[in-house]
Write a protein that binds this ligand. Structure first.
Ligand code: MN
Length: 221
């Protein structure tokens, strides 16, 4: 499937009413933060949104705003206008969550893994993005969809917990490649998330840390 534009995806989101937002089994911060960030934005627009992940919300991500949206166990098959797969390079990694929303009329696939075979009806793959959360922030901003502090918090968590090797490589390439907008986007999300109440700003341990916790630090500029 060819690359869709933000405009095309935005039009489909605006013109439909019921959504299932999915990501991969054994979710990481990018999967969960992306799911909740997009779901909260759609819900702000008055859409009916279900967030499903076969493994649910991992305990260490309990702090994510809107975490209670995440459905598990998954429940019965249900009809949706649109199903959205986030951060999921291979379709079968959507697990049981995908089987229960098979009847969705339109499938949207948004991801940053270069190996993604571009399944779905509308596809947006950006392998230069360090996280799916960054693509979503750019999309929501570009399409003037709601980005509340709670939404920014989720997208910030998505980016800041993405694997260090990937993030660091992207950060480095950002220094030498002026077209890489990672530092600017990360700073913008940080700023937006900062306006949320302090209690929703927790300490995040990077996925690959060896047990040591690090508090959030300002974005690299
Ligand atoms: Mn990811």
């Amino acid at each position: 499937m060819k690359q869709s534009s933000f405009e095309e995806i935005g039009a489909v989101l605006r013109s439909n009413e019921t959504f299932a937002v999915l990501s991969h089994v054994r979710p990481d911060g990018d999967a969960l933060g992306s799911q909740l960030g997009l779901a909260l934005s759609l819900s702000k627009l008055g859409k009916k949104v279900v967030v499903r992940n076969e493994d649910g919300l991992l305990e260490k991500y309990n702090f994510l705003p809107g975490g209670e949206f995440l459905q598990t166990p998954l429940g019965e098959p249900q009809d949706f206008d649109v199903a959205i797969a986030l951060d999921t390079a291979v379709e079968n990694r959507l697990g049981n969550a995908a089987e229960l929303v098979r009847s969705a009329k339109t499938w949207i696939n948004i991801d940053h893994h270069p190996s993604n075979p571009r399944y779905g009806d509308l596809v947006y793959i950006d392998p230069t993005a360090p996280a799916t959360g960054q693509i979503l922030f750019e999309f929501l901003t570009n399409q003037k969809f709601p980005v509340t502090p709670a939404i920014a918090e989720n997208l910030y968590a998505a980016i800041s917990t993405t694997s260090c090797s990937w993030l660091c490589a992207k950060s480095r390439s950002a220094v030498t490649n002026p077209s890489n907008n990672f530092p600017k986007t990360f700073a913008a999300i940080w700023k937006r998330a900062q306006s949320s109440p302090a209690k929703t700003r927790p300490v995040i341990a990077p996925e690959n840390s060896s047990g040591e916790t690090r508090s959030r630090s300002p974005p690299p500029l």
